[in-house]
Design a protein around this ligand. Structure first.
Ligand code: FA5
Length: 347
């Protein structure tokens, strides 16, 4: 048989063999490739016959060898691709999903009880036309103390020691500095100032069941013409009845804050005994929830507001205290421990 016929035969038989190879026989394919196109394969073997051909024949048959090599290389590539696809399909078929199986339930979280409390209080105040203002947790001594009528070395600073970043910058001890910042900005030609400001505050307090070194307050401030203590009492009565129920009473006790005059501490009738006296209210029938008062004239003046024309009231309530009373939570530390079993109770 001449060389050209042998080449044609090799091409035809190899292509026929490739068609027979099944998807599981990757090894057969590799073996066949080595047999035909490898260094010691059939094509190399046939090439050796080139040297015996006449000079006329050599380029013709040489060209044919190249063509056969190209055709076979492409055929091997196609076969390899087919095998790969078939293998993937076989794997998918074996791994088929049972879409009728019941799904795994995904545990759904819920908003933290403190977030819920603050959002509820915000909604009530929004309904009364208050704006909600954000303050700075890292605050200047100037706003946290001096603008609240607590100059340096004022003894009442001792009750609110805090974490200092520098001598003049600290972690705020209450949300009251937002009062000064908001009053500085307010344009009274647009009407009275009515705002609340919820946020995190920090103190050098020892942690126990009712105290934390980091807790949340909501500041409230109203400044305008003819604002009186009656407005303060009415506003607080309304919010407390909305939060704790219509039959709840409030009591204003004289107190002292350097930034309000007069100052009061506000108690709510005990949620457990209704005022008769029990272990929750320490037999008094009342539970303290916030501090409040009429904005001190000095504080108004420091914001450039004339105390002869304008007056105002302010209050600061402890969010944890409200939530504890509302849900009967007896340890403040539960709020911060991140235990899902605690949070799940307030869905
Ligand atoms: C103040 O912080 C005043 N700035 C409130 C105020 C605002 C008075 C505007 C007048 C006008 P006091 O230190 O009492 O006040 O804190 C207010 C509330 O924060 C308390 O009634 C209590 O509910 C809560 N609170 C205080 N210290 C802690 C603490 N360590 N852990 C948790 N809650 C606290």
């Amino acid at each position: 048989m001449d060389l050209q016929t042998q080449l044609k035969d090799l091409q035809a038989t190899t292509v026929a063999k490739l068609k027979d190879i099944r998807h599981e026989n990757v090894k057969d394919l590799q073996d066949l490739k080595v047999q035909v196109l490898g260094k010691k394969g059939s094509l190399t073997e046939l090439l050796k016959g080139l040297k015996d051909l006449s000079n006329d024949q050599k380029p013709i048959v040489g060209k044919m060898v190249n063509e056969v090599r190209d055709v076979l290389t492409a055929a091997f590539d196609d076969a390899a691709k087919l095998l790969e696809e078939a293998a993937i399909e076989a794997k998918l078929a074996a791994e088929s999903l049972d879409v009728t199986l019941p799904g795994r339930p995904i545990k759904q979280g819920n908003r933290h009880v403190l977030t819920q409390t603050s959002e509820e209080i915000e909604d009530i105040f929004l309904g009364m036309g208050f704006q909600i203002v954000d303050g700075y947790e890292v605050e200047k001594d100037y706003y946290n103390f001096e603008r609240m009528n607590l100059p340096k070395d004022h003894p009442a600073r001792d009750m609110q020691d805090t974490f200092y970043i520098t001598e003049d910058i600290l972690l705020r001890t209450h949300t009251s500095p937002v009062q000064a910042r908001t009053m500085d900005q307010h344009d009274f030609s647009q009407g009275p100032l009515k705002m609340i400001s919820p946020g995190r505050v920090f103190r050098r307090d020892t942690d126990d069941a009712t105290h934390s070194h980091q807790f949340h307050q909501i500041e409230g401030l109203v400044v305008g013409e003819n604002i009186s203590m009656g407005d303060l009492k009415g506003t607080l009565e309304m919010i407390i009845k909305k939060m704790f129920g219509e039959d709840r009473k409030i009591r204003l006790r004289p107190s002292y804050f350097p930034f309000t005059e007069p100052s009061v501490e506000v108690d709510v009738s005990c949620f457990k005994c209704g005022g008769d006296g029990c272990n929750v209210c320490k037999k008094t029938g009342w539970i303290e929830i916030l501090g409040a008062g009429m904005v001190h004239p000095r504080v108004l003046e420091m914001s450039g507001i004339d105390p002869e024309v304008y007056s105002g009231f302010a209050f600061g309530l402890g969010q944890e205290r409200i939530a504890m009373l509302r849900y009967g939570i007896n340890d403040i530390r539960g709020f911060y421990q991140g235990d899902a079993r605690f949070s799940e109770q307030f869905k």
